[in-house]
Ligand binder design. Sequence first.
Ligand code: NAP
Length: 302
Amino acid sequence: MYDIIVIGAGPAGMTAALYAKRAGKDVLLMEKEYPGGQIVNSPLVENYPALPGVSGADFAENLQKQVTELGVPFEYTEACSLEKKDDVFVINGEEKLSAKAIVLATGVFHRGLNLPREEELVGMGISYCAVCDGAFYRGRDAIVIGGGDTALQDAVYLSGLCRTVYLIHRREAFRASAVLVEKARQRENIVFKTPCVPKEYVTNAYGITGIVLENTKDGTQETLEADGIFLAVGLSPQNEFARSLVALTPEGYLEADENGFTSVPGLFAAGDCRAKKVRQLTTAVGDGAAAATAACDYLDQI
Ligand code: NAP
Protein backbone atom coordinates (compact mmCIF):
# COMPACT_ATOMS: atom_id res chain seq x y z
CA MET A 1 0.00 0.00 0.00
CA TYR A 2 1.49 3.34 -1.09
CA ASP A 3 0.61 6.74 0.31
CA ILE A 4 0.24 8.14 -3.20
CA ILE A 5 0.26 6.56 -6.63
CA VAL A 6 0.76 9.01 -9.48
CA ILE A 7 -0.66 7.68 -12.74
CA GLY A 8 1.27 9.10 -15.69
CA ALA A 9 4.95 10.07 -15.83
CA GLY A 10 4.77 13.21 -17.95
CA PRO A 11 5.92 16.59 -16.59
CA ALA A 12 2.80 16.91 -14.38
CA GLY A 13 3.07 13.39 -12.94
CA MET A 14 6.82 13.51 -12.36
CA THR A 15 6.51 16.93 -10.69
CA ALA A 16 3.72 15.58 -8.46
CA ALA A 17 5.93 12.63 -7.48
CA LEU A 18 8.84 14.98 -6.78
CA TYR A 19 6.76 17.16 -4.46
CA ALA A 20 5.08 14.23 -2.68
CA LYS A 21 8.38 12.42 -2.13
CA ARG A 22 10.02 15.58 -0.80
CA ALA A 23 7.07 15.87 1.61
CA GLY A 24 8.02 12.47 3.00
CA LYS A 25 5.31 10.37 1.36
CA ASP A 26 5.70 6.87 -0.01
CA VAL A 27 5.10 7.42 -3.74
CA LEU A 28 4.88 5.23 -6.83
CA LEU A 29 4.91 6.56 -10.40
CA MET A 30 2.91 4.46 -12.82
CA GLU A 31 3.44 4.82 -16.57
CA LYS A 32 2.09 2.75 -19.45
CA GLU A 33 4.59 3.87 -22.12
CA TYR A 34 7.71 5.95 -21.49
CA PRO A 35 8.52 8.81 -19.10
CA GLY A 36 8.14 12.35 -20.41
CA GLY A 37 4.76 12.33 -22.10
CA GLN A 38 4.10 14.63 -25.05
CA ILE A 39 6.98 16.97 -24.27
CA VAL A 40 9.51 14.46 -25.59
CA ASN A 41 8.10 15.22 -29.08
CA SER A 42 8.94 18.89 -28.74
CA PRO A 43 12.19 19.78 -30.54
CA LEU A 44 12.69 23.05 -28.72
CA VAL A 45 10.87 24.44 -25.69
CA GLU A 46 11.19 28.19 -26.07
CA ASN A 47 8.67 29.38 -23.51
CA TYR A 48 9.72 27.67 -20.29
CA PRO A 49 10.94 30.38 -17.90
CA ALA A 50 14.73 30.48 -17.41
CA LEU A 51 15.35 27.45 -19.62
CA PRO A 52 15.10 28.89 -23.15
CA GLY A 53 15.94 26.45 -25.90
CA VAL A 54 15.85 23.23 -23.91
CA SER A 55 14.70 20.24 -25.93
CA GLY A 56 11.61 18.38 -24.74
CA ALA A 57 13.59 15.14 -24.53
CA ASP A 58 16.30 16.73 -22.37
CA PHE A 59 13.71 18.31 -20.10
CA ALA A 60 11.98 14.95 -19.60
CA GLU A 61 15.27 13.11 -19.04
CA ASN A 62 16.44 15.62 -16.42
CA LEU A 63 13.13 15.47 -14.59
CA GLN A 64 13.14 11.65 -14.65
CA LYS A 65 16.70 11.66 -13.27
CA GLN A 66 15.73 14.09 -10.51
CA VAL A 67 12.73 11.97 -9.48
CA THR A 68 14.66 8.70 -9.69
CA GLU A 69 17.54 10.07 -7.60
CA LEU A 70 15.04 11.02 -4.91
CA GLY A 71 14.06 7.37 -4.75
CA VAL A 72 10.66 7.35 -6.45
CA PRO A 73 10.06 3.95 -8.08
CA PHE A 74 8.56 3.70 -11.59
CA GLU A 75 6.15 0.91 -12.48
CA TYR A 76 5.68 0.45 -16.24
CA THR A 77 2.17 -0.88 -16.45
CA GLU A 78 -1.25 0.29 -17.60
CA ALA A 79 -4.11 1.21 -15.29
CA CYS A 80 -7.21 -0.54 -16.64
CA SER A 81 -9.69 0.52 -13.97
CA LEU A 82 -9.77 2.47 -10.75
CA GLU A 83 -11.92 1.78 -7.68
CA LYS A 84 -12.20 3.16 -4.17
CA LYS A 85 -13.09 0.79 -1.34
CA ASP A 86 -13.09 1.83 2.32
CA ASP A 87 -10.87 4.85 1.68
CA VAL A 88 -8.35 2.81 -0.28
CA PHE A 89 -7.86 3.23 -4.04
CA VAL A 90 -7.28 0.08 -6.05
CA ILE A 91 -5.81 0.26 -9.52
CA ASN A 92 -6.50 -2.82 -11.61
CA GLY A 93 -4.26 -3.81 -14.46
CA GLU A 94 -1.65 -6.50 -15.02
CA GLU A 95 -1.18 -6.19 -11.30
CA LYS A 96 -3.31 -4.75 -8.52
CA LEU A 97 -1.85 -1.66 -6.84
CA SER A 98 -3.31 0.24 -3.93
CA ALA A 99 -2.82 3.65 -2.35
CA LYS A 100 -4.47 6.03 0.08
CA ALA A 101 -4.43 8.84 -2.50
CA ILE A 102 -4.09 9.05 -6.27
CA VAL A 103 -2.85 11.77 -8.58
CA LEU A 104 -4.12 11.30 -12.11
CA ALA A 105 -1.66 12.83 -14.58
CA THR A 106 -2.59 10.78 -17.61
CA GLY A 107 -1.97 13.48 -20.21
CA VAL A 108 -3.36 13.35 -23.72
CA PHE A 109 -2.70 11.41 -26.92
CA HIS A 110 -2.65 12.38 -30.56
CA ARG A 111 -5.85 12.48 -32.57
CA GLY A 112 -5.95 11.39 -36.20
CA LEU A 113 -8.03 12.63 -39.13
CA ASN A 114 -9.90 9.34 -39.50
CA LEU A 115 -9.30 9.24 -43.25
CA PRO A 116 -9.36 5.80 -44.89
CA ARG A 117 -6.27 3.60 -44.25
CA GLU A 118 -4.81 6.10 -41.75
CA GLU A 119 -3.98 3.55 -39.06
CA GLU A 120 -2.19 1.16 -41.40
CA LEU A 121 -0.16 4.03 -42.92
CA VAL A 122 1.35 5.07 -39.59
CA GLY A 123 5.03 4.18 -40.01
CA MET A 124 4.59 4.07 -43.82
CA GLY A 125 4.69 7.85 -44.29
CA ILE A 126 2.26 8.99 -41.61
CA SER A 127 3.74 10.15 -38.31
CA TYR A 128 2.64 11.98 -35.18
CA CYS A 129 6.16 12.96 -34.16
CA ALA A 130 8.39 15.25 -36.22
CA VAL A 131 11.29 14.94 -33.79
CA CYS A 132 11.18 11.13 -33.92
CA ASP A 133 10.62 10.65 -37.66
CA GLY A 134 11.66 13.91 -39.34
CA ALA A 135 15.13 12.61 -40.25
CA PHE A 136 13.56 9.98 -42.54
CA TYR A 137 12.49 12.84 -44.81
CA ARG A 138 15.79 14.73 -44.98
CA GLY A 139 16.05 16.46 -48.37
CA ARG A 140 12.56 15.31 -49.31
CA ASP A 141 9.09 16.87 -49.15
CA ALA A 142 6.84 16.63 -46.12
CA ILE A 143 3.36 17.76 -45.14
CA VAL A 144 2.22 18.98 -41.73
CA ILE A 145 -1.50 19.12 -41.01
CA GLY A 146 -2.91 21.37 -38.27
CA GLY A 147 -2.91 24.97 -37.13
CA GLY A 148 -1.95 24.75 -33.46
CA ASP A 149 1.39 25.12 -31.69
CA THR A 150 2.36 21.52 -32.46
CA ALA A 151 1.80 21.90 -36.21
CA LEU A 152 3.69 25.18 -36.45
CA GLN A 153 6.52 23.88 -34.28
CA ASP A 154 6.73 20.72 -36.38
CA ALA A 155 6.72 22.70 -39.63
CA VAL A 156 9.58 24.92 -38.44
CA TYR A 157 11.56 21.89 -37.24
CA LEU A 158 11.03 19.98 -40.48
CA SER A 159 11.94 23.02 -42.59
CA GLY A 160 15.49 22.54 -41.32
CA LEU A 161 15.56 19.00 -42.70
CA CYS A 162 13.22 18.82 -45.65
CA ARG A 163 13.29 20.38 -49.11
CA THR A 164 9.72 21.65 -48.89
CA VAL A 165 7.24 21.55 -46.02
CA TYR A 166 3.57 22.06 -46.87
CA LEU A 167 1.55 23.32 -43.92
CA ILE A 168 -2.11 22.47 -44.37
CA HIS A 169 -4.67 24.13 -42.15
CA ARG A 170 -8.44 24.25 -42.44
CA ARG A 171 -8.71 27.96 -41.57
CA GLU A 172 -6.83 31.11 -42.62
CA ALA A 173 -6.20 32.03 -38.97
CA PHE A 174 -3.96 29.92 -36.77
CA ARG A 175 -4.57 29.04 -33.15
CA ALA A 176 -0.81 28.66 -32.65
CA SER A 177 1.09 31.45 -30.91
CA ALA A 178 1.89 34.45 -33.10
CA VAL A 179 5.62 33.93 -32.51
CA LEU A 180 5.52 30.44 -34.01
CA VAL A 181 3.36 31.52 -36.95
CA GLU A 182 5.77 34.35 -37.72
CA LYS A 183 8.75 32.02 -37.48
CA ALA A 184 7.12 29.63 -39.94
CA ARG A 185 6.24 32.44 -42.33
CA GLN A 186 9.88 33.46 -42.42
CA ARG A 187 11.02 30.02 -43.58
CA GLU A 188 11.23 30.10 -47.38
CA ASN A 189 10.64 26.38 -47.76
CA ILE A 190 7.36 26.30 -45.78
CA VAL A 191 4.41 26.58 -48.14
CA PHE A 192 1.14 27.52 -46.44
CA LYS A 193 -1.97 25.81 -47.80
CA THR A 194 -5.07 27.41 -46.24
CA PRO A 195 -8.00 27.10 -45.88
CA CYS A 196 -7.63 23.51 -47.01
CA VAL A 197 -8.88 20.18 -45.74
CA PRO A 198 -7.29 16.80 -46.48
CA LYS A 199 -9.61 14.52 -48.46
CA GLU A 200 -7.58 11.33 -48.97
CA TYR A 201 -4.10 9.91 -48.70
CA VAL A 202 -2.33 9.02 -51.96
CA THR A 203 -0.22 5.88 -51.70
CA ASN A 204 1.82 3.33 -53.61
CA ALA A 205 2.91 -0.14 -52.48
CA TYR A 206 5.43 1.38 -50.02
CA GLY A 207 3.19 3.94 -48.37
CA ILE A 208 2.42 7.64 -48.65
CA THR A 209 3.18 9.55 -51.85
CA GLY A 210 0.93 12.53 -51.25
CA ILE A 211 -2.44 13.84 -50.25
CA VAL A 212 -5.57 15.19 -51.96
CA LEU A 213 -6.63 18.57 -50.60
CA GLU A 214 -9.72 20.67 -50.99
CA ASN A 215 -9.66 24.42 -50.70
CA THR A 216 -12.78 25.20 -48.66
CA LYS A 217 -13.01 28.76 -50.03
CA ASP A 218 -13.29 27.96 -53.72
CA GLY A 219 -13.92 24.20 -53.66
CA THR A 220 -10.91 23.37 -55.84
CA GLN A 221 -8.98 20.17 -55.27
CA GLU A 222 -5.29 19.48 -55.76
CA THR A 223 -2.88 16.64 -55.10
CA LEU A 224 0.30 17.47 -53.20
CA GLU A 225 3.20 15.05 -53.58
CA ALA A 226 5.19 14.31 -50.43
CA ASP A 227 6.98 11.42 -48.74
CA GLY A 228 5.88 12.09 -45.18
CA ILE A 229 2.74 13.42 -43.54
CA PHE A 230 2.85 14.69 -39.95
CA LEU A 231 -0.52 14.86 -38.22
CA ALA A 232 -0.84 17.60 -35.60
CA VAL A 233 -4.61 17.99 -35.35
CA GLY A 234 -4.96 18.02 -31.61
CA LEU A 235 -4.99 15.80 -28.60
CA SER A 236 -7.54 13.75 -26.66
CA PRO A 237 -7.53 12.74 -23.01
CA GLN A 238 -7.16 9.13 -21.86
CA ASN A 239 -9.23 8.88 -18.70
CA GLU A 240 -11.81 6.26 -19.66
CA PHE A 241 -10.41 3.78 -17.11
CA ALA A 242 -11.46 6.17 -14.32
CA ARG A 243 -14.91 7.06 -15.70
CA SER A 244 -16.87 4.89 -13.27
CA LEU A 245 -15.28 6.69 -10.30
CA VAL A 246 -14.77 10.33 -11.21
CA ALA A 247 -16.57 13.05 -13.18
CA LEU A 248 -15.32 13.64 -16.72
CA THR A 249 -16.29 16.38 -19.17
CA PRO A 250 -18.10 15.30 -22.38
CA GLU A 251 -14.65 15.36 -24.10
CA GLY A 252 -13.24 13.04 -21.42
CA TYR A 253 -11.15 15.53 -19.41
CA LEU A 254 -11.14 15.23 -15.61
CA GLU A 255 -13.27 17.73 -13.76
CA ALA A 256 -10.84 19.16 -11.20
CA ASP A 257 -10.05 22.58 -9.82
CA GLU A 258 -6.71 24.36 -10.00
CA ASN A 259 -5.54 22.60 -6.83
CA GLY A 260 -6.27 19.25 -8.40
CA PHE A 261 -9.38 18.42 -6.35
CA THR A 262 -11.80 16.12 -8.19
CA SER A 263 -15.28 15.07 -7.06
CA VAL A 264 -13.71 12.13 -5.16
CA PRO A 265 -11.87 12.73 -1.85
CA GLY A 266 -8.28 11.53 -2.15
CA LEU A 267 -8.32 11.59 -5.96
CA PHE A 268 -6.47 14.48 -7.58
CA ALA A 269 -5.79 15.50 -11.18
CA ALA A 270 -2.86 17.33 -12.73
CA GLY A 271 -1.69 18.42 -16.16
CA ASP A 272 -3.21 18.09 -19.61
CA CYS A 273 -5.74 15.45 -18.48
CA ARG A 274 -7.56 18.09 -16.42
CA ALA A 275 -10.30 20.29 -17.91
CA LYS A 276 -8.62 23.67 -18.33
CA LYS A 277 -7.75 26.27 -20.90
CA VAL A 278 -3.98 26.46 -21.05
CA ARG A 279 -2.02 23.27 -21.71
CA GLN A 280 1.66 24.12 -21.53
CA LEU A 281 4.74 22.68 -19.88
CA THR A 282 4.57 25.49 -17.31
CA THR A 283 0.96 24.73 -16.40
CA ALA A 284 1.63 20.98 -16.28
CA VAL A 285 4.41 21.29 -13.71
CA GLY A 286 2.37 23.85 -11.75
CA ASP A 287 -0.55 21.44 -11.67
CA GLY A 288 1.74 18.62 -10.51
CA ALA A 289 3.02 20.69 -7.59
CA ALA A 290 -0.49 21.80 -6.60
CA ALA A 291 -2.05 18.33 -6.81
CA ALA A 292 0.77 16.70 -4.84
CA THR A 293 0.50 19.34 -2.13
CA ALA A 294 -3.27 18.81 -1.93
CA ALA A 295 -2.77 15.04 -1.79
CA CYS A 296 -0.22 15.39 1.04
CA ASP A 297 -2.63 17.65 2.99
CA TYR A 298 -5.38 15.07 2.47
CA LEU A 299 -3.16 12.27 3.80
CA ASP A 300 -2.22 14.33 6.82
CA GLN A 301 -5.89 14.77 7.67
CA ILE A 302 -7.26 11.24 7.29
P1 NAP B 1 -4.53 22.15 -30.82
O1 NAP B 1 -4.07 23.42 -30.22
O2 NAP B 1 -5.81 21.55 -30.38
O3 NAP B 1 -4.61 22.40 -32.40
C1 NAP B 1 -5.12 21.41 -33.25
C2 NAP B 1 -5.18 21.98 -34.65
O4 NAP B 1 -5.64 20.97 -35.53
C3 NAP B 1 -6.13 23.17 -34.76
O5 NAP B 1 -5.55 24.17 -35.55
C4 NAP B 1 -7.34 22.55 -35.45
O6 NAP B 1 -7.99 23.46 -36.32
C5 NAP B 1 -6.74 21.45 -36.28
N1 NAP B 1 -7.69 20.35 -36.46
C6 NAP B 1 -8.38 19.67 -35.51
N2 NAP B 1 -9.15 18.71 -36.06
C7 NAP B 1 -8.93 18.78 -37.39
C8 NAP B 1 -9.44 18.07 -38.48
N3 NAP B 1 -10.32 17.07 -38.35
N4 NAP B 1 -9.02 18.41 -39.73
C9 NAP B 1 -8.12 19.42 -39.89
N5 NAP B 1 -7.61 20.14 -38.89
C10 NAP B 1 -8.01 19.82 -37.65
O7 NAP B 1 -3.43 20.98 -30.67
P2 NAP B 1 -1.83 21.08 -30.54
O8 NAP B 1 -1.27 22.02 -31.52
O9 NAP B 1 -1.34 19.68 -30.52
O10 NAP B 1 -1.62 21.72 -29.09
C11 NAP B 1 -2.18 21.07 -27.94
C12 NAP B 1 -1.85 21.88 -26.69
O11 NAP B 1 -0.44 21.83 -26.46
C13 NAP B 1 -2.21 23.34 -26.85
O12 NAP B 1 -2.66 23.83 -25.63
C14 NAP B 1 -0.89 23.99 -27.23
O13 NAP B 1 -0.81 25.36 -26.88
C15 NAP B 1 0.10 23.14 -26.45
N6 NAP B 1 1.42 23.16 -27.12
C16 NAP B 1 2.26 24.18 -26.82
C17 NAP B 1 3.49 24.27 -27.44
C18 NAP B 1 4.39 25.41 -27.13
O14 NAP B 1 4.07 26.23 -26.29
N7 NAP B 1 5.51 25.58 -27.76
C19 NAP B 1 3.89 23.31 -28.38
C20 NAP B 1 3.00 22.28 -28.68
C21 NAP B 1 1.77 22.22 -28.05
P3 NAP B 1 -8.83 24.71 -35.74
O15 NAP B 1 -7.81 25.69 -35.27
O16 NAP B 1 -9.61 25.16 -36.91
O17 NAP B 1 -9.68 24.15 -34.63
